[in-house]
Design a binder for this molecule. Sequence first.
Ligand code: SF4
Length: 352
Amino acid sequence: MRVPLTGMEGAELAEAAGFDRGFRALQVFRWIARGAESFADMSDLPLPERERLERDFGPLYGTRVDASLEDGDGTVKLRVRLADGAAVECVLLTDIEGRMTACISTQVGCPMACAFCKTGTLGFLRNLEACEIVEQYLHLAKRYGRPSNLVFMGMGEPLLNLEAVRKSIAVLSSPDGFDLSYRKITISTCGIVPGIRELAANGPHVRLAVSLTAADDTLRSELMPVNKRWPLAELRAALLDYQKATGDRITLEAALMGDRNCGPGEAEKLARFIGRMKAQVNLIPWNPVDGLPFKEPTRAQVEAMERRLEELGVTVNRRMKRGRGVSGACGQLGDTGEVSPKRRAADVREGD
Ligand code: SF4
């Protein structure tokens, strides 16, 4: 089967494309990063070379965007159709200072079954290839300009597809291409302890975020089955090892559900879990998903949690409710079929 060149760099790209001169691979790599649509666009390659590439590796992209949704708050969601007909979603978030973050998927569906997450209800189909991960970023960059930040936080658990994630980071951080520094790249995991340890030992040492949600083993196991396999004590030890290897602050995400993890004592448990760890807590008001039995937190609940954590000396960041109009907010990804006309966003269908 033809493997698109978009997920390769350096020697791998040179070998796969049959280049006997290294700079040809570099030329192709730079064209891809510049947003070339096809090999025909690569005007500094000799014509016979462009024709050979088109014949042997064309089309340049293995995926296509078959729907895009734009929310009134500036959030964009693309549905990316893969060569085998499956689909994933990626999201572009723009903050008030205009910084763009690409939120990218790593699996079709997800096997982790977190109770509050739409993707978790889909089950797992397969891992994405590196080219399918990179192309999500490329599709966003071509339409909206290069996102300065990248987070592996879309559909799927990135640490269960670590080799493809590593390859995609190598491509997207290359100084010959998008040149994203490791400090601008975040892997967000639900708490796969062996994956965290592997990342600590062998890198890349990008930023790490963990969907913690609750710092109580009983409640966390109920909301996140991963906790039954790797409970909080094991997770905490792995996070401290990652911090030792990188020196970086860890981000702990807490999706707040009004009827589950906003009660008295939750902030104290979170603060105890953090202890001396250098960490920041992102409070994310739970985003409603049809059919899931949770309540959104009230504004008062979120503010009370924020206040209590601050009193306990925890660095807190309250996340805005962004992307809801396109079901592109945290925990809402998973529209791989037709898009509901009821949603308030403009639905712009795109052909291939
Ligand atoms: S929160 Fe992340 S790990 Fe959990 S089911 Fe959703 S996509 Fe998977």
